[in-house]
Design a protein. Structure first.
Length: 438
């Protein structure tokens, strides 16, 4: 029988990977250890109910966390579960009966922890968590999940009609966790019970927000001001006697914050890809970033961002304080964490640039717009943005970066001209003139 005997030594030696995985026992069929990317480990028992066979959906029963029970204790319970299944029992059905009274909050929290955290990116996890905590739980959280009706979800959706995009994301979030809860392997709600089904989504206005040349220049000026003399305060009560002197009523932002915004502009990367970026993922010699991502190849989990000259210039100018490129308040400490966001600096910078409707993600759209406007094919722009599933190796041995580099260099040069800046030419970057001859 394939596998290995699950022992304490096996449990302790199991290291987390980019995706969750299971190690199965070679003595008790279906008994195994599940390891999450976070490092959490649980004992599981997989089986097919009824008469078994491929015609029955496989079910997974969680015996317990490796931190709370031993491998021997889990093995004894797995033996009892196997005996129960052999006599026609269904352990998951019994558990479902016990959990029929679970609320939306309880099931949604379990979905975030055991499914979203393991199979989705950090940005998606944060997006779902925000929707649940801020909107869905206050409205539906105390209700039993099986009792939530189509009408309840439709009512919540209608209450957010003033922001169609937000309303539709609420609907998608509810639909996603009910689909998970109703799947055969989870079975926390009756199969097919999804109160978000058939609720018609609102029509969403186009959200692409490319910047025109004048707006790009204003943004460039605001970024330069932010890291040099500072962005002036927006004062609601200018006559307050406690105000600082006029010359001091400015906020100077960290070069790392301004650098993050410039990297978003010149790479087309997602916000969390930049804020979570570590220096070990930066290869200035090759001119690439290598990221772990759930949004690219499921086989490798690797996304490669090809850097243009202005992006390389930004990275070269940033001081290396800790392991993260965009240093946070904890940079260089034993408890170092990535910067959580740049909401406040961005709000101040875009206000000064008179671009109050501009979102950080619009910089990604703007990058794509320059690419398409420059005559590049959609497949090339898509690769630059990480929209394709091209498999790569850790050493990028099979990645054809030459056409991507020419494309990203052209976008970077065009953006610099629009920003009214001159083009940097680091030693390790081929000049645009030579690249265009190639």
């Amino acid at each position: 029988m394939p596998g290995t005997k699950i022992t304490k030594r096996v449990v302790d030696a199991a290291e987390p990977r980019d995706t969750r995985y299971s190690i199965f026992d070679n003595l008790i069929a279906g008994f195994g250890l599940r390891v999450m990317p976070s490092g959490a480990k649980s004992y599981i028992y997989e089986y097919r109910a009824g008469e078994g066979g491929r015609g029955q959906a496989k079910r997974r029963y969680t015996i317990g966390k490796a931190t709370t029970i031993t491998a021997d204790q889990a093995r004894k319970e797995a033996e009892q579960l196997r005996a129960l299944v052999a006599t026609g029992g269904d352990p998951m059905a019994a558990k479902v009966e016990q959990r029929k009274s679970e609320t939306v909050t309880e099931i949604a929290d379990e979905w975030l922890k055991s499914h979203v955290a393991a199979k989705r990116g950090a940005g998606t996890h944060e997006h779902y968590r925000d929707l649940l905590d801020r909107i869905i739980k206050p409205a539906l959280g105390k209700k039993k999940a099986k009792d939530v009706s189509h009408a309840m979800v439709a009512k919540l959706h209608d209450e957010w009609a003033h922001t169609p995009f937000q309303a539709n994301r609420i609907l998608s979030c509810i639909s996603a966790f009910y689909n998970w809860a109703g799947s055969a392997s989870v079975a926390l709600v009756p199969k097919g019970h999804n109160p978000a089904d058939d609720v018609e989504k609102f029509e969403e206005p186009g959200r692409e927000r490319p910047l025109d040349p004048a707006e790009l220049l204003r943004l460039a000026d605001a970024l330069r001001l932010a890291e040099t003399t500072g962005i002036p305060w927006e004062i609601e009560k200018p006559r307050s006697k406690h105000l600082a002197a006029p010359a001091k009523r400015v906020t100077i932002f960290s070069p790392h914050v301004v650098g993050a915004i410039r990297l978003l502009m010149f790479t087309g990367a997602r916000l969390r890809e930049i804020l979570n970026l570590e220096w070990k993922q930066v290869d200035l010699a090759r001119g690439v970033l290598t990221l772990q991502s759930h949004k690219t190849s499921r086989r490798t989990g690797i996304k490669v961002i090809v850097l243009n000259a202005p992006a390389l210039e930004v990275l070269s100018s940033l001081e290396r304080i800790g392991k993260y490129v965009i240093a946070s308040d904890t940079a260089g400490t034993a408890d170092e964490r990535p910067r959580p966001d740049i909401k406040k600096p961005w709000a101040s910078i875009k206000r000064h640039a008179e671009l109050t409707d501009l979102r950080l993600n619009d910089l990604r759209h703007n990058f794509a717009t320059f690419g398409v406007g420059g005559g590049m094919g959609l497949p090339i722009v898509g690769k630059l943005l990480g929209h394709t599933k091209t498999a790569t190796t850790e050493r990028y041995a099979h990645l054809q970066v030459d056409p991507l580099r020419r494309a990203t260099e052209t976008i970077g040069a065009d953006l610099l001209r629009a920003l009214g800046q001159t083009e940097p030419e680091p030693d390790n970057v081929v000049s645009l003139k030579d690249a265009r001859k190639g």
